[in-house]
Design a protein around this ligand. Structure first.
Ligand code: KIV
Ligand code: ZN
Length: 515
């Protein structure tokens, strides 16, 4: 079957989601998971934007050897050079150069004539090509650009050595049939089109990013740029899990395959949600909590008789499966390790020790420990790289006639024990004030939400928060059977990120015309 290249930009465009700042460790961890998922290209970041982004791209280039690693660059020499610096150790490095092509952008934003834009494209694609053979070029805001000029700029890019031509619907303006027609037109009119791969990069402002990407594939595009959970600038990007499952489920219609191991989709979605603090809406296609839940009696009856009556996808194909092994407080280390391995988690002995201790703690409170609980343990205990402060103890007293009071004990850097109490308008407020007295970092809580990981009264509560400090937003999450403890963990998790970011060297200032 014909194949489409899956280009994941979770770590670049996805990280441009408001509040989704990721640490270097988190990015590296996500990149490894994307490689396990089988994506062909990982856009690891935009190296000129900050030392942290540079370091993340460099580490991913060095560590992830089974995918092409890509770095974004504006069409300016310093960006292209910096991207190469970060990527040069990759097995297959790709530099992605972009410049605006629509008149709206040329006149109002970059203030350059079309001729100047053509000359810059030529020079910068050539510069990228002098470093690497794998060069992608994007005319930004392509869907609102004049077709003849698009043909011109793409011709110049091909002549200068571009191997992938990416057509961004930067502002999510396109509709499927029109976007498909644009791709077909470009493939027909750009000289040398048969030597390059046409790609799509669709934003979801009108909720059509997946539909537009599929329409483009139908008309000849062979690379889809997408993100896990569809995160990204504003309303986000084309969602990887949706587009991949659409191609797979409707292979009768598209006749096109991907290299994705779909059984890794659910796990990857959870990992990205945990690290970014961006929750997955329950009715989200493919990975939402309700995506395979049947509420109506007629549907339940049908599914019990024959799954395919109301299910077009098998939940096991996206990595959701009934546990064959029920874990509880009597389960030993061997059963715990075996279950983790079945789920694809291969831990080092130290990580296994930490995860097992947390499992025992949880199994004391909960009768059975589900796969979702295990995923939570892994993301809390094993994949929580930014731990400057750790929550050691939380105690609250509250009720309708008492003043909510909280005592919090934290373990700080070098094992120092910090303990304090505070009162507040409610138990969470009291806990946050006690933490503020201990850590003392100015910030504003802008979002707080709580969800249950599994069903039942003993379910784990997962708290997701966002805090804002100096114009930057940091997400945090925490999970526990006690939601006050989960809230404390979430807050300390966000504060750890804030403190880690404050220690990073200053961020390079971009002139505003970045993707
Ligand atoms: O949306 C966009 O146009 C982009 C480009 C940098 C490809 O993200
Ligand atoms: Zn974009």
């Amino acid at each position: 079957m014909d194949r489409v290249i899956i280009f994941d930009t979770t770590l670049r465009d996805g990280e441009q989601s408001p509040g989704a700042s990721l640490t270097v460790e988190e990015k590296v961890d996500i990149a490894h998971q994307l490689a396990r998922l089988g994506v062909d290209v990982i856009e690891a970041g935009f190296p000129i934007t900050s030392p942290g982004d540079f370091e993340a791209v460099q580490r991913i280039a060095r560590e992830v050897r089974t995918a092409t690693i890509c770095g974004l660059a504006r069409a300016v020499p310093a960006d292209v050079d910096r991207a190469y610096e970060a990527l040069k150790d990759a097995e297959d490095p790709r530099i992605h150069v972009f410049i605006s092509s629509s008149d709206i952008h040329l006149v109002h934003q970059i203030r350059k004539s079309r001729q100047e834009v053509l000359e810059i494209t030529d020079a910068m694609v050539r510069r990228a090509k002098s470093y690497v053979s794998n060069v992608e070029f994007s005319p930004m805001d392509a869907s609102r650009s004049e077709r003849e000029f698009l043909v011109d700029i793409l011709r110049v890019a091909v002549e200068a050595g571009a191997t992938t031509l990416n057509i961004p619907d930067t502002v999510g303006y396109a509709v499927p049939e029109e976007f498909g027609n644009l791709i077909a037109y470009l493939i027909e009119h750009v000289p040398g089109a048969d030597r390059v791969v046409f790609s799509t990069h669709c934003h979801d402002d009108l909720g059509m990013a997946v539909a537009n990407s599929l329409a483009a594939v139908k008309r000849g595009a062979r690379q889809i740029e997408c993100t896990i959970n569809g995160i990204g600038e504003r309303a986000g990007n084309c969602s990887l899990e949706e587009v991949v499952m659409a191609l797979r489920t409707r292979s009768d219609y598209f006749g096109i395959d991907t290299r994705i191991d779909t059984t890794q989709l659910y796990k990857t979605s959870r990992l990205v949600s945990n690290y970014t603090g961006i929750l997955v809406q329950p009715n989200k296609a493919v990975v939402g909590a309700n995506a395979f839940a049947h509420e109506s009696g007629i549907h339940q009856d049908g599914v019990l008789k024959e799954r395919t009556t109301f299910e077009i996808m098998d939940p096991r194909d996206v990595g959701l499966r009934e546990s064959t092994l029920v874990l509880g407080k009597l389960s030993g280390r061997h059963a715990f390790k075996a279950r983790l391995e079945e789920l694809g988690y291969h831990l080092s002995p130290e990580d296994l020790n930490r995860a097992f201790a947390r499992f025992k703690e949880l199994a004391d409170k909960k009768k059975t420990v589900s796969d979702q609980d295990l995923a939570m343990i892994i993301s809390d205990e094993v994949r929580a790289p930014t731990e400057i402060y750790r929550v050691d103890h939380v105690q609250v007293s509250c009720g309708d006639h008492s003043i909510p009071t909280a005592t919090v004990r934290l373990i700080g850097p070098d094992g120092t024990v910090l303990c304090d109490s505070a009162t507040g308008t409610g138990p969470v407020d009291a806990v946050y004030k006690a933490v503020n007295r201990l850590i003392g970092v100015e910030n504003r809580l802008i979002e707080y939400s709580v969800q249950s990981v599994t069903a039942g009264l003993d379910a784990i509560g997962e708290v997701t928060i966002r805090i804002e400090a100096n114009g930057r937003v940091f997400g945090g999450r925490g999970a526990d059977t006690d939601i006050i403890v989960a809230s404390t963990r979430a807050y300390v998790n966000a504060l750890n990120k804030l403190i880690a970011a404050a220690r990073e060297p200053a961020v390079a200032v971009l002139s505003g015309d970045h993707g």
